[in-house]
Ligand binder design. Sequence first.
Ligand SMILES: *Cc1c(COP(=O)(O)O)cnc(C)c1O
Length: 359
Amino acid sequence: MNRLYNFCAGPAALPEAVLLQAQNEFLDWQQKGLSVMEMSHRSGEFVGIAEAAEADLRDIMGISDDYAVLFLQGGASQQFSAVPLNLLNGKSRANYVNTGQWSKKAIKEAGRYCDVNVVASSEDDNFSSIPAFDSWNIDKDAAYLHFTPNETIGGVEFFWTPEVSMPVVADMSSTILSRPIEVDKFGVIYAGAQKNIGPSGLTIVIVRKDLLGNASDMTPSMLNYQVHADAGSMSNTPPAYGWYMAGLVFKWIKQIGGLTAIAEMNQRKASKLYEFIDTNDFYANPVEPVSRSSMNVPFMLADDALDKLFLKQSEEAGLLNLKGHRSVGGMRASIYNAVSEAAVDALVAFMADFAKQNG
Ligand SMILES: *Cc1c(COP(=O)(O)O)cnc(C)c1O
């Protein structure tokens, strides 16, 4: 076995301890004679797994009983429609912040259901910054405010939460569980699992209970938060194996000290990489320093003709998936929770060496 350092943006690296535990109990979960993948989602065994995962997530993130936690299929992208369908509640307008490619997708999909008020956009700035809050043009009568706390493609992250007089909705796909957050500041938090939570196919939605029950009549039942909340996410077959894997990841997070410890690790990893990029003329990161993502670090080489060689040699050095998103170019290192500091050290050492050879 030869596990390499994986910097993929998603599906992303998982903690080795979690993969090993899943491997150990893959064929025969806790002497029950079957795999979790083969269990009825209504069995006592699986319901136990599911409830423990939810309890651990609530514990890690500090989610109060005022919120429902849903374990759904459909990806974060499906939430781009579920959010307006559940939250418009008779209103025809919603506020959206445009800070990158994922914001844009959410805005486009919401536009099918309502009038989107783009309160602020950094598109003119090539999505390399976050517009100052006091410049936002918020429609106070709109149903909610949606933003993307971490833009996975552009590598731009909010280290603050907008405080407004309406529900705040956040696509936390690539930042959830990377550091503590104040859940009470949000109406809805959603995240595809494949960055910091577990395998793809699972989507977590954390929704304040007073926002349930307002879905429009034409909302498909499977997109209706109330339907899933009432059924404990088992109105239909949930993404059972992903739910189990997420539960193992939550236990792993608790074991290593929770989100405070995780945040410290992530901070160290990101600082190392950004500091190296900033002090080496061969590399550049375009994002304003205060908004640099601690999860996704895009970087450009001094000469993009060298991109192919960089990718070839980094892969040969055991550093996988460093190619930047096609809309941005260059490179991107995603350094989620399960990417170790040793992986970042290996990347920095490779980058230093590559710059010396080619600079
Ligand atoms: C990955 C990602 C998505 C898309 O998730 P899917 O599960 O593939 O739909 C949406 N938003 C953000 C911020 C992401 O990082």
